[in-house]
Design a protein around this ligand. Structure first.
Ligand SMILES: [Fe+2]
Length: 506
């Protein structure tokens, strides 16, 4: 039903755009400075009833969002829309607008527009669907769009388009971090333009990467929290170098971490994660974070990642997380079932017919599966041959998605392309599939499949919660700061200095 309605809406919008019925203001005129750019609709708290919105303008104006159900929109446009007033603040030469739509109906498709109520200047329309609360839904995941040119953002957006075409039923998309490379206004504008269609047709679940909010990456602090309207963990002073938050969707609990805050992980975030996941009695627990705990990419052996992975693995094991999705290492890697940094050798697999296909499921497995769906972008890394030990023991599938053309310009890597994952949750079944999109032909190829059948439900833990106070956060942030400074000094001595000295004598 949802798909039919969504397709019908898409056709309607296309026809209306063709005849100029919509698209008031922004892109039509494009010169006043009050037009909304970088529009996103983000998960924010109750997935059945709320969505957060962020957009930017060059000039200061009032902020408003109008939301109306598809049914009402089709009969009377925005006449029956609910208007929510937003806030405006200045940010790096632009004005950041944020608004929260509340009181929405579960399982409903909505049409919205953002803009200035006073000026009657509105964006093109966007759409989103609210969670209907049942235990069946699907979502997409991409990572590390991270381009530094308009063309590369557009290439990454084509991967996102292919993902949406493959699964038109997807209800939201997770972006596993590193939206931009150098975190400039120019890059965010390119990202906003290239991903406008995706960001205004799906709810976005953003994960903080190290390129949009890390004290060592050109002091880009504060960007992530500014770019997205999120419901951050309660009582926690985050938002400077990223944000962590969680939400329920159907019978799945999603926990989104800020891995800029993890070496060492602040006590505030660590305690918050324990409290957050153990308080949930959802059937499935999915953890989303930027830095991967399992990878064969160039970052996995860096001190920050090594320090972080032990903490993450412990949390995953102790809280009963089923699946971990990460980015950061720009290559493809998926583990077997893992617990205690070791393969769960006793995992039982069965093959069953599921939605018309034979799928092999791990049955009520111990441990979790960790997946790194390479990158949807063009910055792709090779396989790091230096990675050994428990990480490679845990590997089930891994490869580079980098182009490897021979002397005749013929592609030799069957996995070359932009990558995305599609995850279907259907009651006791969770099916993860990864795809690559050919850069030249846009052909989509499935490159991995992993599925879990889980009939045993976890219980929520009652009792005293760990403290997530401000002092814990400050302590951890100070420790992070000195760890970062130490890391920079080591990097300078081992990498930058030899290169500089080499240049003197070459
Ligand atoms: Fe990264």
């Amino acid at each position: 039903m949802k798909m039919t309605a969504k397709r019908a809406l898409a056709v309607l919008l296309a026809v209306m755009m063709l005849f100029g019925c919509i698209g008031v203001g922004a892109s039509a005129e494009g010169t006043t400075g009050f037009e909304a750019i970088r529009i996103t609709c983000t998960m924010n708290g109750d997935a059945e009833a709320q969505r957060g919105f962020t957009w930017f303008t060059e000039k200061k104006c009032d902020s408003a969002i109008q939301v109306v159900s598809v049914a009402d929109y089709n009969s009377t446009g925005f006449e029956k829309a609910i208007t929510f007033e937003g806030t405006v603040s200045s940010w790096e030469g632009y004005y950041c607008h944020k608004a929260l739509a509340t009181g929405l109906k579960a399982g409903t498709e909505y049409v919205y527009r953002v803009g200035s109520y006073d000026r009657d200047l509105w964006s093109d329309v966007g759409t989103f669907v609210t969670d209907d609360g049942d235990d069946s839904f699907s979502f997409l995941a991409i990572a590390d769009v991270q381009a530094s040119s308009k063309e590369n953002f557009e290439q990454a957006a084509r991967v996102m388009d292919a993902a949406m075409e493959l699964n038109g039923d997807a209800e939201f998309v997770v972006n596993l971090g590193d939206f931009v490379n150098d975190c400039t206004n120019e890059e965010w504008n390119w990202y906003g333009e290239a991903f406008n269609e995706a960001n205004t047709s799906l709810t976005l679940v953003p994960v903080a990467g190290n390129h949009e909010g890390n004290i060592t990456d050109k002091l880009n602090v504060g960007w992530f929290d500014t770019m997205f309207n999120l419901d951050a963990g309660d009582g926690v002073a985050n938002g400077v170098n990223g944000t962590y938050y969680s939400f329920d969707y159907g019978d799945t609990h999603f926990t989104v971490l800020n891995s800029n805050d993890m070496y060492p992980m602040t006590e505030a975030q660590r305690n918050w994660v324990y409290n957050d996941i153990t308080s949930s009695d959802a059937h499935w627990k999915v953890l989303l974070l930027h830095r991967a705990a399992y990878s064969a990419g160039k970052n996995i052996l860096k001190p920050d990642t090594l320090a972080m992975r032990e903490t993450i693995i412990e949390i995953v094991d102790e809280t009963g997380v089923d699946m971990v999705l990460s980015g950061h290492d720009h290559m493809y890697f998926r583990t077997q079932q893992v617990a205690g940094d070791a393969v769960c050798e006793d995992t039982v697999y069965i093959t069953e017919r599921h939605n018309g296909q034979d799928v092999t499921f791990a049955v009520n497995p111990e441990g979790a599966v960790y997946a790194l769906p390479s990158t949807a972008g063009t910055k792709r890394y090779g396989v790091n041959d230096g990675v050994t030990s428990s990480i490679m023991d845990a590997a089930d599938v891994y490869f580079t998605t980098r182009s490897e053309k021979d002397e005749n310009d013929v592609e030799t890597n069957p996995y070359a392309g932009g990558c995305f994952a599609n995850i279907e949750v259907d009651g006791n079944y969770l099916v993860y599939r990864a795809y690559v999109v050919n850069d030249d032909t846009q052909e989509v190829t499935m490159v991995d499949e992993y599925a879990i059948k889980k009939t045993v439900k976890d219980d929520a833990t009652e009792g005293t919660k760990l403290p997530t106070d401000l002092f814990g956060s400050i302590d951890g942030s100070v420790a992070n700061f000195f760890t970062e400074i130490f890391g920079l000094i080591i990097k300078y001595i081992t990498v930058v200095l030899p290169e500089a000295l080499g240049g003197l004598f070459s």
